[in-house]
Design a protein around this ligand. Structure first.
Ligand SMILES: Cc1cc2nc3c(=O)[nH]c(=O)nc-3n(C[C@H](O)[C@H](O)[C@H](O)COP(=O)(O)O)c2cc1C
Length: 244
């Protein structure tokens, strides 16, 4: 095992969901900012980065949000709460960003015009087809039919509906959440991811954009006494890891 693997092994084994935080111990809020900046480097679908992270630091807001995390101790005692959200409406802005970055990249390496156009068409054509949706789900239905028909003849991506894209966004932000939690652990602090909250009320309290979907709220800080509720249990590895 390399030293990096040993360090990572320790980090993974030591990270636990901590439900009680120490109110007196020193807490460096800058570690949250650093960890979020690391989280933005997480892999994400098509590098679309359709995520936003909201830090709740003021005592008043933290209290209100914690009440709407069903008063879970992991929230009421957290020294800071971080919302991991996705924004489906950001797709065109993000596609444009990637397109511009791609064009800048072309200036540095020589690519034939044909290859450049092929690369650009990913964000110019494919991404809009996948990400553009309507309220009634008409486009979504059309994409499902198209994918099914093409899939009769050759391998085809099947997850093309509006709902599938929502899953895609939450997958990506969940990876960012994981990076964040390991980063916080490496900074000497603990975390607890939560999905037990009233998303509607919290969106209103924090005045979040209309299309924002809260994937997880993560409580963080220095662990308090009794913050780990029980021994860690997992089903046996041979029940979940298969060589096929
Ligand atoms: C998506 C997600 C949602 C979770 N929601 C909550 C929650 O609302 N409240 C809570 O106390 N723990 C929550 N957890 C923490 C899990 O209960 C915890 O990760 C699991 O029991 C394994 O324990 P460990 O994290 O200490 O290894 C959540 C975890 C995940 C990944």
């Amino acid at each position: 095992m390399t030293n990096n693997a040993k360090y990572f092994d320790d980090l993974v084994n030591e990270r636990r969901s901590v439900r009680v935080y120490d109110q007196e111990a020193e807490f460096d809020h800058a570690s949250v900012q650093r960890s979020l900046e690391r989280a933005t480097l997480s892999p994400n679908s098509s590098n679309m980065q359709m995520w936003e992270f909201y830090r709740v630091t003021s005592e008043d807001l933290k209290k209100e949000v914690a009440i709407n995390c069903m008063k879970q101790k992991a929230a009421t005692t957290a020294r800071e709460l971080v919302l991991f959200t996705v924004r489906p409406s950001l797709w065109s802005e993000r596609a444009e960003f990637n397109l511009e970055e791609m064009k800048k990249g072309f200036e540095k390496k020589s690519l034939s015009e044909k290859d450049q156009n092929r690369a650009l068409s990913y964000y110019q054509k494919l991404v809009p087809i996948l990400y553009k949706n309507d309220r009634l789900g008409i486009r979504s239905f059309g994409k499902k039919i198209f994918s099914w028909a093409v899939g009769l003849k050759r391998p085809m991506v099947r997850q093309v509906s509006k709902k599938d894209i929502t899953v895609t966004l939450h997958k990506s932000v969940a990876l960012a959440a994981m990076t964040f939690m390991y980063s916080m652990k490496s900074e000497g602090y603990d975390t607890c991811p939560m999905e037990g909250f009233d998303s509607k009320r919290i969106k209103k309290i924090l005045n979040l954009p209309k299309d924002a979907e809260i994937s997880m709220i993560i409580g963080c800080g220095p662990a308090g006494e009794g913050g780990i509720y029980n021994e860690r249990v997992r089903v046996p590895n041979d029940k979940v890891i298969f060589e096929v």
